[in-house]
Design a protein around this ligand. Structure first.
Ligand SMILES: CC(C)(COP(=O)(O)OP(=O)(O)OC[C@H]1O[C@@H](n2cnc3c(N)ncnc32)[C@H](O)[C@@H]1OP(=O)(O)O)[C@@H](O)C(=O)NCCC(=O)NCCS
Ligand SMILES: [Zn+2]
Length: 263
């Protein structure tokens, strides 16, 4: 398969944030997947989850291809879970030139987000805001006592987005650190909406507070998203993952009119 025609440069200190939607799914994306990705793709019971996974993998592979010039399907990705060894852990790229590219993926509802940076770990999380929110018990389980005090002062109508701001900041942090929620969310605190986004406590390593920066990426009132960057970044660029997939699948469709898409 071909390489991407358009090359992009990811500068140190920059973070590229690609947005896409699960409706960008095309069966042509499956040509890009490795064996583990194909297995996971076919194992989803619901097409909505399957499409979202495929679009996220597509943006990840096509993004990496645009930075490296390598064919997207030949980029080696490892997802080995440190707990059990299965391929469902933090995705990482091995042996890519230029070296040092790190990324993080999140999907919720029909939204997909993939953030890339160079020489610094990143974590990203997106969540959909539901107007009928009844997650008080989830908030009690996920927030620290101090966060819960600030959360209880939020007006009823803003509670869902208020909670999801805490949640996405926490998830972005645990993804940047690479451990996921093996660290329980109520064991460290973040600012939520009460201040500019920041990590406020991390008992395991208080020095992390100086090294990590949080950013609000929320694109509108129905979606909350946060980014964590170890070392911080000076510039965030937003890029169109839907167009990236559309261009690729359009070209692949033309190339593969003989073999057809493999589902
Ligand atoms: C990482 C985690 C926070 C993701 O949360 P989520 O709400 O399910 O889903 P999101 O869409 O926001 O993110 C999913 C992406 O996170 C990434 N991810 C998975 N594990 C990760 C980790 N340890 N660190 C950083 N990112 C991780 C993957 O790219 C995944 O995308 P994929 O499913 O398309 O491969 C959650 O799955 C978690 O806490 N996992 C770790 C728990 C664990 O290790 N359990 C042991 C299992 S044996
Ligand atoms: Zn595991």
């Amino acid at each position: 398969m071909a390489v991407l025609q358009e090359r992009r440069v990811l500068q140190p200190g920059e973070c590229h944030v690609w947005w896409a939607r699960s409706t960008d799914f095309s069966p042509f994306l499956i040509h890009l997947f490795d064996q583990d990705e194909r297995k996971r793709f076919h194992a989803y019971r619901f097409s909505a989850d399957r499409d979202r996974f495929a679009v996220a993998c597509g943006v990840m592979r096509l993004g990496l291809a645009s930075y490296s010039g390598q064919p997207p399907e030949s980029i080696p990705i490892s997802r080995s879970c440190p707990q059990c060894g299965k391929p469902h852990g933090k995705p990482e790229v091995t042996n890519l030139s230029p070296p040092g590219i790190q990324f993080s993926i999140s999907h919720a509802g029909d939204r997909v987000i993939v953030a890339f940076a160079v020489n610094t770990p990143v974590g990203v999380d997106v969540e959909e805001v539901f107007s009928e929110w009844s997650g008080e018990s989830v908030a009690e389980a996920a927030l620290t006592v101090g966060e819960m005090r600030a959360f209880s002062r939020i007006k009823e109508a803003e509670r869902a987005a208020g909670f999801l701001t805490y949640w996405t900041q926490k998830e972005a942090v645990v993804k940047a650190v690479g451990e996921g929620f093996t660290i329980p969310p109520n064991r460290f605190s973040v600012s939520g909406r009460s201040d500019s986004p920041q990590l406020l406590s991390w008992p395991r390593d208080p020095g992390l507070l100086r090294r990590i920066s949080l950013y609000d990426l929320s694109p509108g009132p129905d979606t909350v998203a946060s980014l964590a960057v170890l070392g911080g970044c000076c510039r965030i660029r937003y890029l169109d993952g839907s167009a990236l997939i559309g261009d690729w699948c359009g070209r692949d469709r033309a190339d593969s009119s003989i073999r057809g898409p493999s589902l």
